[in-house]
Design a protein around this ligand. Structure first.
Ligand SMILES: C[S@@+](CC[C@H](N)C(=O)[O-])C[C@H]1O[C@@H](n2cnc3c(N)ncnc32)[C@H](O)[C@@H]1O
Length: 203
């Protein structure tokens, strides 16, 4: 046995909550690896919505989905993930099994186009609201690029304020390697109070 990579561990966690017919969101399409994984997990009756601000990422994802015959299960949006509340079907609210984020920049793309703390945290708060009871949000954080460390700090600060009776938050990271990516996973309690009556935060 060896420890899984952050990506593999994220997939292991998400696999545990996906089922045929589930709803899932890829909040950062990039090369579409997570999109394909989610599309496979929700099956032919399920649906995935995916977001990226770069057309290049939508094209790469669409190609990958084509190669695997999964295009019909996925709707791609060239929009920032912090707009998901306006874009996702209203019936998805409170019914999404998994939302995956993989922060940073598009591999072999423009390294100046990166996820930013304000929009990332805004998107997190929407995703957490829209998760189903027992649903999971995962985020892989990188600190090796300019802006990455600041984003990771702000995301961690935000995530630590979530109420422990509503959300279970974990972190997974190699500690003896410089700039090792870190995985944050948040699971919504299966017994959470109704959205409107709930305050998510400790303070
Ligand atoms: C590390 S890549 C994602 C990798 C992807 N999960 C995969 O499987 O290949 C990060 C992506 O986030 C995208 N991105 C940056 N800001 C964004 C935003 N505000 N909303 C959605 N995507 C964004 C970038 O364009 C880039 O494609």
């Amino acid at each position: 046995m060896s420890f899984p990579s952050t990506l593999a561990f994220a997939h292991d966690l998400v696999k545990g909550v996906l089922f045929p017919g589930a709803y899932a969101v890829d909040a950062t399409l990039g090369n579409g690896q997570d999109t394909l994984f989610l599309a496979q997990g929700v099956g032919p009756e399920g649906q995935v919505h995916g977001f990226d601000i770069q057309k290049e990422a939508l094209d790469r994802t669409e190609n990958r989905l084509h190669q695997h015959g999964m295009v019909n299960r996925v709707t791609l949006h060239q929009n920032s993930h912090h707009q998901m509340e306006q874009i996702l079907p209203p019936k998805w609210k409170g019914n999404i099994s998994a939302v995956m984020f993989n922060l940073g920049y598009l591999p072999k793309g423009d390294p100046a186009i990166i996820t930013k703390p304000e929009t990332t945290i805004h998107a997190f708060s929407q995703a957490l609201k829209w998760l189903a009871p027992g649903g999971i949000l995962t985020a892989v954080l990188y600190t090796g690029h300019t802006g990455g460390l600041e984003e990771a700090k702000q995301v961690l600060n935000y995530i630590k304020t979530l109420k422990p009776n509503v959300f279970h938050v974990i972190q997974y990271q190699t500690l003896n390697r410089h700039h090792a990516p870190s995985l944050i996973a948040v699971q919504k309690s299966k017994k959470h109070p109704p959205d409107e009556a709930r305050n998510f935060f400790v303070k």
